[in-house]
Design a protein around this ligand. Structure first.
Ligand SMILES: [Zn+2]
Length: 68
């Protein structure tokens, strides 16, 4: 079992669970090098962006990342 702290894979602030890669829609433009992660809880809308956009987000009705 891995037990290291990896800042690129933070925990969901709501569920305290390890976030997983999110297959972000190709129609939404993200800056180079930005990786998006999501909470493994399917009912959870919280996303995390690494890189230039680092922080927690949700998606609005147009699918855009909205900081929380
Ligand atoms: Zn969550």
């Amino acid at each position: 079992m891995l037990n290291r702290l990896d800042s690129k894979h933070p925990n969901c602030p709501k569920h305290d669970t390890y976030m997983v890669p999110y297959p972000f829609d190709a129609d939404i433009q993200l800056p180079n090098g930005v990786e998006v992660l999501r909470c493994p809880n399917l009912s959870c809308s919280i996303l995390y962006a690494a890189g230039a956009l680092e922080g927690f987000y949700t998606r609005n009705s147009r699918g855009e990342l909205t900081p929380i």
